[in-house]
Ligand binder design. Structure first.
Ligand code: HEC
Ligand SMILES: [Cu+2]
Length: 367
């Protein structure tokens, strides 16, 4: 069966030739080849600029990132923008060529032919190897410089030891003799966090500060941050560390230097001048029970574990004690085993455990 020539196709073929041919000046008239070429380039540039501006607006106007609440966040966001800018330029280039090609060289519905086979173009291959190599190197050098600058902490700084364990954080201030379930810091004061883990790999992350670091059992890792905004910020674990991973939340509270000083004094008093807390209610807060359990008397409303006001009503001291030191012995219906930490037996002295059990019995009797 003979094929009727398709006028559209012919014009496609011509266009291909026109684009590929070296410009030949036709004597005595305007140069049609370079005219077509120039029009094609102008159209592609237009498409490229439009797509580039479009994605740039999406990148800029949509609030993709949380607040910038630390000195480091400003530097890290600069790296983000640097990389985003490169991405926008490349996107615009690719969009220009592919949209133009899609519109101009689309095959007619009845044209079953493949495009002309093209093989190898050394110049093009050199260009598309060299440009990405340069870009990737630039990104890594810039990020490396920012990281070096961030990690270079001022001599005068606070050190806080961060301990991660399934599924809670604790923060120790070695120079103040304070241990807290929340990370409390003074605004504009550089801090070095020394991270360690008691069990598996966890990772410390406060999105508003941008910085993030793993807590690995057996080694000490470090993280430097200078909070520049007041407020409570969420502390998250960003390493899937077990069943309770999603509940491994704490709070980073940034206070003015005066309020921080007040907090320190209060903590020292509460700790009875360095000794371990002996009031059951204090232990309940200090050990992080309140991050998982609801207990009206302690003002906690967490729902990771059972509501203690409900489940402990009418229970005896033995049950409560067993539940704390051996949480897996009996699992409350509807709850997962291995969520509640199993090391309270080791962490609490007998005296503290007695006080805690007594407190829980007292607090839940009325309800
Ligand atoms: C990481 C979250 C978490 C923390 C921290 C935690 N618990 Fe639990 N707790 C649970 C979960 C989940 C259960 C239910 C499963 C079970 O029985 O082990 C539970 C069960 C209990 C029970 C038994 C309730 C019942 O009816 O069986 C008691 C009592 C209890 N917790 C007290 C405490 C005390 C006191 C502390 C602090 C010293 C504490 N928990 C810390 C998550 C937690
Ligand atoms: Cu974790």
């Amino acid at each position: 069966m003979s094929k009727t020539p398709n006028p559209l196709c012919v014009s496609h073929a011509e266009q291909r030739i026109v684009l590929a041919a070296p410009s030949v000046r036709v004597r005595g008239g305007p140069d049609p080849v370079s005219l077509v070429r120039r029009r094609a380039i102008i159209q592609m540039v237009l498409i490229g600029v439009l797509s580039g501006v479009g994605v740039a607006l999406i990148a800029y106007l949509v609030p993709w990132l949380p607040d910038r609440a630390s000195k480091e966040a400003v530097q890290i966001d600069r790296v983000f923008w640097f990389v985003t800018f490169i991405c926008i330029v490349i996107f615009a280039l690719v969009a220009a060529v592919s949209i133009y090609a899609g519109l101009k060289f689309r095959a007619a519905p009845d044209d079953p032919d493949d495009g002309a086979p093209i093989h190898g173009h050394t110049g093009l291959e050199i260009v598309w190897t060299a440009i990405p190599a340069i870009l990737v190197t630039a990104i890594s050098v810039y990020s490396g410089l920012v990281l070096l600058d961030i990690e270079n902490i001022a001599k005068e700084h606070r050190t806080v030891e961060v301990t991660a364990q399934q599924f809670a954080w604790s923060f120790t201030y070695p120079d103040l003799g304070i241990t807290s379930q929340e990370l409390v810091l003074a605004k504009d004061e550089p801090v070095e966090l020394k991270l360690s883990s008691k069990d598996v790999i966890h990772a410390f992350w406060v999105p508003e500060w941008r910085v993030k670091q793993d807590a690995v059992p057996g080694i000490e890792t470090r993280l430097v941050v200078t909070p520049t905004q007041l407020g409570p910020f969420p502390v998250r674990c960003t390493e899937l560390c077990g069943l309770g991973h999603a509940t491994m939340l704490s709070r980073a509270l940034v206070l003015s230097p005066e309020d921080f000083e007040k907090w320190v004094q209060k903590q020292k008093q509460a700790a009875g001048g360095g000794g371990a807390a002996t009031s059951g209610k204090q232990i309940f807060g200090e050990q992080g029970c309140d991050t998982c359990h609801t207990l009206a008397d302690a003002g906690s409303t967490a729902q990771v574990g059972p509501d203690l006001d409900k489940v402990l009503a009418g229970k005896d001291a033995n049950f409560v004690r067993e539940s704390i030191i051996d949480p897996n012995a009996e699992i409350e219906e509807g709850y997962q085993p291995d969520l509640m930490p199993k090391d309270f037996d080791a962490k609490l002295s007998d005296e503290q455990l007695d006080a805690l059990v007594e407190y829980l019995l007292e607090a839940t009797k009325a309800g």
